[in-house]
Design a protein around this ligand. Sequence first.
Ligand code: UDP
Ligand code: MG
Length: 314
Amino acid sequence: MKKLPIIYFIIPCYNEEECLPETIKRLRAKMHTLVRNNISKKSKLVLIDDGSLDNTWGIIKNSKNDIIGIKLSKNFGHQNALLAGMMYSKNYCDAIISLDADLQDDINILDKFIEKFSKEHYEIVYGVRKERKSDSFLKRNTAQFFYKIMNLLGANTIYNHADYRLVSKRVLEELSNFKEVNLFLRGIIPSIGFKTAIIEYAREERLAGKSKYSMRKMFNFAIDGITSFSIKPIRLVFALGALMLVVSSFILIYAVIIKLIGKAVSGWTFTICSIWIIGGIQMISLGIIGEYIGKSYSEVKSRPRYIIEDIKKS
Ligand code: UDP
Ligand code: MG
């Protein structure tokens, strides 16, 4: 008989006490049906407590032994929590599937993920949202705007894919060689390569509680995505400088002509406008370059991306 793959389901949790009991119940039930014919009995749920302030760790710790719990020492953010789960799991499983604790990702397509992996030998399978009706108008539009801007500026992401994906052990091994502190998995994983597939699904409502991604977190995430994957913004600054040089030479000629024909009088409005506009552009440009310097700074320090405080073994 063919050996069934061991799948670890990785779920980062930040203040998810309202969702967790139901999430665990549903995932456990799903895992048990999968165990019957698609995956190995050794498959597990891996819940990562990303420094929650509520009873999330209490729930994880007291759960049955089909669940592994990893408690991080503080809130390191969704991406780092996911990484912690993946790096722990890669030594024990054949593939991981990452999903959110609020079960917004449709767990009925898990069979398809596993089929793509075990029968068709795909190394990475991306879950892609068909539509985002369940997200609020603001969330949907800002998220799609960010995707577009990110891809325009050179971050290679899969459109409408969040972190619902299957990743094989082999890809996890490669991922462990990516040492960047500013972690943007949605860009890193497509850049690893290998045979990949896409599965579409409809995104559900959150089970309970509110989104843990504030506007600020989302904005930082998008900036991180762009600046981790491309230096296009810096090139843009350079192009802007070149353009200004061309424009300024025309203005110079204009100013000399005006002077020569003796009409160089007021010109105050023009001067003031130029100062403000050029000043503004310079500030923005400095800011963009500063962003990269800041990023290099945190990369050079290469501090740990997460710290594990406690592990509940299964
Ligand atoms: N999350 C996390 N750390 C954080 C923020 C979020 O581990 O700092 C987890 C959260 O518990 C959830 C997943 O990341 O499992 C996605 O978060 P959420 O559902 O709030 O985001 P949204 O679906 O609204 O984008
Ligand atoms: Mg969610």
